[in-house]
Design a protein. Structure first.
Length: 272
């Protein structure tokens, strides 16, 4: 068994696809094993291909590869699928990171394929700190699972799911989650301005606080977030006064539950 597929074709080298390609190469994937198909490559992708010796939009591609990674936008799949269908044979593993497209959706467009893994990464994959969860259909063999673990683990933490429907919940939590953190940072900065602090200082305080708290949580991984929170909270102090609002009726717990429920429902709608 090998850690990497001998030949891998990446279809879609935008922000997420490009981040994954960078992570794979940095983790040891041979550049000669990778082919990238991207009709509008950014300067960063063009430089990556040139600097690392990766084939970018070659005139011909040896088909089928051992692995075909689908990283196109959901609305582009119907247009792209007929153009790349020759790359998906019975022995080819399809790895789809297309939001809202089920394994059934993918197989309907690649009728010769059998083995499909559906994954949901998030944007911190661009700095090697992503979180990805994936579900494999019954045709994915042990070696193909190993490839996915190696490839998706190269851009951050990786977890297998036992149920494809769980992808919608993963989308609501980690897939969309970075936006929640960014929104929290915006809200904290706006609150600082309402308390009379200058705008630039407000944003610097908010960003620095979120970044520092996240790094502390990373370094203290053996300590639960609840314990870290309690460590900051003196009885009857300022933090306790703020948390009484955040954790009160209609507070952060309720808002997050409603927000993620809305995200999961939308993910289910997109999957059809």
């Amino acid at each position: 068994m090998t850690e990497w597929p001998a030949r891998l074709v990446l279809v879609g080298a935008g922000k997420m696809g490009g981040a994954m390609a960078q992570g794979w190469l940095d983790a040891g994937l041979a550049p000669s094993s990778l082919t990238m198909l991207e009709p509008y490559p950014s300067s960063e992708i063009a430089s990556l291909a040139a600097d690392r010796g990766v084939a970018l939009n070659p005139s011909t591609v040896d088909a089928p590869p051992e692995m075909l990674v689908l990283a196109v936008k959901p609305q582009s799949l119907d247009q792209v699928a007929p153009q790349i269908s020759q790359f998906a044979a019975e022995r080819t593993l399809l790895l789809s990171i297309i939001a809202g497209k089920t394994i059934a959706n993918v197989l309907a467009r690649f009728p010769h394929a059998r083995a499909v893994v559906r994954a949901m990464p998030n944007t911190p994959a661009a700095i090697g700190r992503g979180v990805t969860a994936a579900f494999a259909n019954r045709d994915v063999n042990a070696e193909q699972r190993r490839w996915c673990e190696r490839l998706l683990g190269a851009v951050g933490a990786f977890f297998w799911l036992g149920d494809e429907d769980a992808i919608d919940a993963v989308t609501a939590i980690s897939g969309s989650g970075p936006a929640y953190v960014f929104a929290l940072t915006e809200a904290l900065a706006a609150a600082a301005e309402r308390l009379g602090l200058p705008a630039e200082l407000s944003m610097n305080l908010a960003r620095g606080t979120v970044e520092g708290a996240a790094e502390l949580m990373r370094r203290e991984s053996a300590t639960s977030p609840a314990t870290l929170r309690r460590n900051v909270t003196s009885p009857a102090g300022t933090t306790a006064a703020a948390l009484a609002v955040l954790q009160g009726p209609g507070g952060l717990d309720d808002l997050m539950a409603r927000a993620t429920a809305a995200a999961r429902a939308r993910a289910a709608e997109m999957a059809g």
